[in-house]
Design a protein around this ligand. Structure first.
Ligand code: AMP
Length: 113
């Protein structure tokens, strides 16, 4: 269940363009970017989907959001950006290790389709 491509990026078995790492999460640029800035923030803990979080994960999710705020500043998109979690196959999830997409550097439409 935890053996996804993101687990292998976290363990450095395969390379990625890592822009942040700490005790709880890793952030790296998306291999198929959908905006001028597009990176993923991934918990080290291999939670498959948002639906699989438990109350004990609340500090982790708060931490990830503070990392997103910091990285958006670092990537110079702090004025406007989109954070997306595709959670479940029908919602567009393809890698079943929870990840937060952060996209910026262009305007975004709504609804997202
Ligand atoms: P999702 O469809 O929400 O599960 O998003 C998975 C994302 O992971 C997609 O945007 C892919 O482009 C990205 N991705 C897949 N493999 C890699 C990889 N090896 N390095 C960086 N990003 C990846």
């Amino acid at each position: 269940m935890s053996d996804t491509i993101f687990s292998r990026i976290i363990s450095k078995e395969i390379p990625a363009d890592i822009i942040h790492e700490d005790e709880f999460c890793v952030a790296f640029r998306d291999a198929n970017p959908q905006a001028p800035v597009h990176f993923l923030v991934v918990p080290r803990k291999p939670v498959p989907r948002l639906q699989d979080l438990t109350p004990e994960d609340a500090p982790l999710i708060g931490h990830i959001h503070m990392v997103i705020v910091k990285l958006a500043q670092q990537e110079e998109i702090a004025g406007a950006y989109r954070v997306v979690v595709n959670s479940g196959a029908e919602a567009g999830q393809s890698v079943f290790h929870l990840h937060f997409h952060v996209l910026g550097g262009r305007p975004f439409a709504w609804p997202p389709g």
